[in-house]
Design a protein around this ligand. Structure first.
Ligand code: ASP
Length: 608
């Protein structure tokens, strides 16, 4: 028997018991003729006391950090109790020990506050995983997956595996490809998601499917993306959007309960994509706080049908505003007393390359009811007051105004809102706010190719009321400059994203399930019949055999875990993650392969 208990298990009730423990040496503290060792395993740390007798043996068989040790001894009450650890009331008086294995000196300290930088920790990830901080994250991940499986099982979902070696199913990213030895010159693709398979399973009658599954996307890795990541992938038949929203709000609420003991009883809010873009500047707003945007001016973009209020700033000869495509203001509560230094600092913040604005205009709504702004030269008190009223600003607020090109300005205002929300403490790690964002446009215009692309993916159905528009109009864009006037620009998707604290944690749609509409969709995306047949013949074929109405969604599992765990980084929740260049620094992968492997594949490497 290697051990009778774990290193996290023994308590004052166990005093006098003979026990056997096994684990890793965390620390060694010598005091004259006695030695204390903290022994660690997955479950905790237990203090060991080596008395005079054994100390001599220790001198002959000296131990080091991370040695694997087995001890036999008696549980004893500690005189110097440690309230910070669960086993802190006791220690083990050791009477026998065996070194099960030695350890080289670890390249960093294996403790909560480690001295190891990111690179070295990733290179020795198996050691990093011994640290409490990382272990806690993996435990949380496991708790989220257990809760998910329980909920879905109780709701009749069936976990069905789908293949990894498949044919390319474009979902907006690049595929990873795998050469086939048995079919020289041919390649499999790794799935970007099991999308088409889960739809086929609906055709097969498995009306509630799920899978916690790896997906592969060969994207340029923006911060905090991984080339392989995990989804909770789900699909249901005979459902409408409402059924799906209810089912999966239920899932997330259940996870909150099981993992965080949070009773999320609020109704999950819903917002149209247009409202999100208009009021928050992006399609995944953090609704833990207000500070909605004041849209002073916008270009005539079709997607935003709401009214701007350019008269608030016009006629004052202020060039910056007169020439700007878009002007957006934010009333920041209680910040009217910001010093010059503070407003300068925010101005510098919006000028950073990541935000890319040229400057910032501000209006202080003083507590005495007066106004002071950086554009006093151009605007009277009365004008400033009108802006403040439109922005819903109260006395004491500071209004920040950005002006510039539409896309950049909207994005910058969204970022600025989040930044100010963070500075004011509105973005609390332990407060969770869910939101459904809905009614996305079905298509996006791809300027370089002058054609439509699917905003979600090609299997997403238009809103029922837009189906006729789609079928009765040609997708061809004759005048690129007027693409916004094309009927397709206004078609809305039967799609929904779930947003948690300003992060998209999941998304899905009601699918197209009839062949003619699916063909029309492919045609709209610029695929001729031959291409449709080559890429999606199997799906179109399946739709001939009684495909039921269906829909589903997928959650980004890594991200969901990270947010619930209060972290910004999904890497912390993946046992063996890749770095920002898509490398596994521990394995040193990707790497070259042997000449023999190329031969077998009948591939000759000729790098451009
Ligand atoms: N397959 C989709 C995705 O990966 C999710 C879905 O539509 O169910 O984004």
């Amino acid at each position: 028997m290697y051990r009778s208990h774990t290193c996290g298990e023994l308590r004052i009730e166990n005093v006098q018991e003979s026990v056997i423990l096994a684990g890793w040496v965390q620390t060694i503290r010598k005091f004259g003729s006695i030695t204390f060792i903290d022994l660690r395993d997955r479950y905790g740390v237990t203090q060991l006391l080596f008395g005079e007798e054994l100390n001599k043996q220790l001198d002959e068989n000296s131990l080091g950090r991370e040695y694997v040790l087995q001890i036999k001894g008696i549980v004893t009450e500690r005189s110097n109790k440690n309230k910070n650890i669960a086993t802190g009331d006791i220690e083990i008086t050791v009477n026998e020990f065996t070194i099960l294995n030695k350890s080289a000196i670890p390249p960093f300290t294996i403790s909560d506050e480690t001295d190891g930088g990111d690179d070295v920790r990733m290179k020795y990830r198996y050691l990093d995983l011994r640290r409490n901080a990382v272990k806690k994250n993996l435990e949380l991940r496991y708790a989220v997956s257990r809760s998910t499986r329980n909920y879905l099982h109780e709701n009749n979902f069936m976990d069905i595996e789908t293949p990894f070696l498949i044919k390319s199913t474009p979902e907006g990213a690049r595929d990873f490809v795998v050469p086939s030895r048995m079919n020289p010159g041919q390649f499999y693709a790794l799935p970007q998601s099991p999308q088409t398979f889960k739809q086929l399973l609906m055709v097969s009658g498995y009306d509630r499917y799920y899978q916690i599954v790896k997906c592969f996307r060969d994207e340029d890795l923006r911060a905090d993306r991984q080339p392989e990541f995990t989804q909770i992938d789900c699909e249901m038949s005979f459902v409408e959007q409402e059924d799906i929203l209810n089912m999966f709000e239920g899932l997330v609420k259940r996870i909150f309960k099981d993992v965080k003991n949070i009773d999320y009883t609020d109704t999950v809010e819903r917002m149209t994509w247009e409202d999100a873009m208009w009021n928050f500047g992006n399609d995944k707003p953090d609704i833990r706080f207000g500070m909605q945007l004041l849209n002073i001016k916008k270009p005539s973009s079709v997607y935003i049908t709401k009214n701007d209020q350019p008269e608030l700033v016009s006629g004052a000869d202020f060039k910056v505003f007169d020439e700007a495509e878009t002007i957006i203001g934010i009333a920041v509560p209680g910040c009217c007393e910001y010093s010059r230094k503070q407003t300068d600092e925010i101005t510098e913040w919006v000028k950073r390359p990541q935000i890319g604005m040229k400057g910032l205009v501000f209006i202080k709504c003083n507590l005495d009811g007066t106004f002071k702004s950086s554009v006093d030269k151009f605007y009277s008190e009365e004008k400033l007051k009108a802006i403040a009223t439109a922005a819903n600003a109260k006395a004491g607020d500071l209004i920040l105004i950005l002006a510039g090109a539409e896309e950049r300005t909207r994005k910058a205002s969204s970022e600025l809102r989040l930044e100010m929300g963070k500075r004011l403490g509105y973005r609390k790690e332990d407060e969770f706010k869910l939101l459904w964002v809905m009614d996305f446009p079905l298509f996006e215009y791809a300027e370089e190719e002058n054609r439509w692309v699917a905003r979600h993916h090609p299997f997403t159905s238009p809103k029922p009321s837009d189906i006729d528009t789609m079928i009765n109009n040609s997708p061809v864009i004759t005048d690129a400059s007027k693409y916004l006037e094309h009927p397709y620009a206004n078609i809305k998707a039967n799609a929904y994203d779930m947003v948690l604290n300003g992060n998209e944690i999941g998304g899905g749609s009601i699918r197209i399930f009839q062949r003619p509409l699916q063909e029309k969709m492919f045609e709209a995306l610029g695929m001729d019949e031959a291409e449709q047949q080559h890429k999606f013949g199997f799906l179109l074929g399946a739709f001939e055999y009684g495909a039921p109405p269906h829909g589903g969604l997928a959650f980004g599992f890594d991200r969901l875990c990270a947010i619930i765990g209060g972290s910004e980084s999904i890497r912390d929740f993946i046992a063996f993650p890749k770095n920002n260049s898509g490398r596994d620094v521990m394995l040193d992968a990707p790497s070259t392969i042997d000449a023999k492997q190329f031969d077998e594949l009948q591939i000759k490497l000729d790098l451009k």
